[in-house]
Design a protein around this ligand. Structure first.
Ligand SMILES: *Cc1c(COP(=O)(O)O)cnc(C)c1O
Length: 453
């Protein structure tokens, strides 16, 4: 039970004032009611000015109006209350949630769907890119519209939540593809669904024997922590293979309310991860990211990915060079606990998937020594074993002296570089589809054939 002091912290006088501007008679129990929060989300420039006690210039308003036409606005009262009004235009919560005319800048390098999620989509709710896992888009709506959303092209689309028929098509697809062992519910925000609808989806997925893991990607603990109700917890705790990934970008977002929500989730044994997007003028600073990851692990949230900002339209002003990400990784690896360090990834344009990037730690090597450097710049050698017996692998596990019980062995065929490295595959190269040299060879071969005929 929440004590009066705790309540006062969650429903501070400042928040009470915000609540009462939005809804005259709002009380503490309204404030912590996620449906009240969504119903009273801030969607107009006028509301925002009133709540922040600021008056934008006419010129500013004009710019914001242009922006809102293309990319709508929605901020939960809770998330709005995290903005530091005294330093509005530099505030990281403001920058993630409020309009910026620079969203309208579209360069010729920007792509509406940079990750080609639509192209890798066998049925409307599913993106199947990797061999053993799928992205299942179960909701097109969010409680807050992140200005840096990678699916910005879809934000505010009216055809919101996929109906049961559509969801069942996704479920069917997963059933028909037993190689899918990991299902990632995303969207939109899956926790925008009603408890009942979400439970139904989780039940349906759980019935598929080939699915080993279910993940939910949600920003609710950040932008609307009151969504993590006891009722929701009672539903989620039924699924023993459920993981949750959330999306904190700045230490300022880790509030009392967020901590309570995270604690509820970790208490029922759900492993929690966090995906941060590296954003210019928001968190492109090694000290900010270090503070963020420390606060996350203190709340049992494991930093999972640090994303390079995608090439989606409307995100130019958020992008940093990849060098900034490498600098941040350099400041984390070795300097802090290993489990506080996320993997820095670039989600490759065109659907190549996530590519991990780290500073270089291998300085050089020969046949018996590898020269490595550590985070302090100390150079060390690793002496390679002198009599390592290479274990030739023909993927015939029955005759192998390493004891793998075949039922535990993964059966997928070899792909990519893994294939080039294997003993069992005879490939000697991996050639891009439209390689000019290979095309020429083919023409030459055909011409020769013609002559011989
Ligand atoms: C990110 C992503 C996944 C999950 O990738 P992990 O590296 O396993 O977290 C799956 N499918 C798509 C299309 C993705 O973008």
């Amino acid at each position: 039970m929440m004590g009066t002091k705790e309540k006062q912290k969650i429903f501070s006088n400042y928040r009470k004032k915000i609540a009462n501007i939005l809804d005259e008679n709002a009380t503490y129990s309204n404030w912590i009611d996620w449906k009240w929060q969504i119903k009273h989300s801030i969607t107009t420039i006028e509301q925002f000015q009133k709540l922040m006690e600021i008056e934008f210039s006419e010129e500013e308003i004009k710019k914001f109006e242009h922006t809102i036409e293309k990319f709508p606005l929605s901020i939960t009262p809770y998330y709005l209350s995290l903005i530091n009004k005294d330093n509005l235009f530099n505030d990281p919560v403001f920058k993630q949630s409020f309009l910026d005319e620079r969203e309208l800048i579209i360069t010729n390098r920007d792509i509406a769907d940079p990750l080609s999620e639509d192209k890798d989509s066998p049925v409307s709710c599913i993106t199947h890119r990797y061999p053993d896992r799928v992205l299942f888009l179960v909701s097109n709506v969010c409680s807050m519209y992140c200005r840096h959303c990678t699916r910005k092209r879809k934000v505010g689309d009216k055809d919101s939540i996929p109906n049961k028929e559509n969801i069942l098509k996704g479920i069917e697809y997963i059933k028909e593809h037993p190689e899918v062992r990991d299902v990632l519910l995303s969207g939109g925000d899956p926790l925008m669904l009603s408890d009942k609808y979400l439970e139904w989806i989780l039940d349906e997925i759980s019935k598929i024997p080939t699915v080993e893991v279910i993940r939910i990607g949600t920003r609710m603990p950040v932008v609307l922590p009151y969504r993590i109700t006891d009722k929701l917890i009672n539903i989620l705790k039924k699924y023993k293979n459920l993981w949750i990934n959330t999306h904190f970008n700045h230490p300022q977002e880790i509030t009392k309310s967020a901590k309570i929500a995270l604690n509820k989730l970790s208490e029922i044994g759900i492993p929690l991860g966090n995906q941060t997007v590296l954003l210019a003028e928001v968190n492109d600073c090694p000290r900010i990211i270090k503070s963020l990851v420390h606060k996350l692990v203190a709340n049992r949230v494991r930093p999972y990915y640090l994303y390079q900002c995608d090439l989606s339209e409307g995100l130019t002003h958020f992008r940093t060079p990849i060098g900034k990400g490498i600098e941040i990784m350099e400041s984390l690896i070795g300097h802090t606990s290993g489990f506080s360090v996320p993997t820095y990834v670039v989600d490759a344009p065109g659907g190549g998937g996530k590519i991990p990037i780290t500073p270089n730690y291998i300085v050089s090597w020969n046949t018996n020594k590898v020269v490595l450097r550590n985070y302090e710049g100390v150079l060390s050698i690793y002496q390679e074993p002198l009599n390592y017996a290479h274990n030739f692998c023909d993927r015939n596990c029955i005759d192998c002296k390493l004891e793998l019980h075949l039922a535990d062995g993964e059966e997928s065929h070899l792909i990519g570089i893994e294939k080039l490295l294997s003993d069992s595959d005879k490939s000697i190269s991996l050639i891009p589809e439209n390689n000019e040299r290979i095309k020429k060879r083919r023409i030459l071969r055909n011409n020769k054939k013609l002559i011989n005929d």
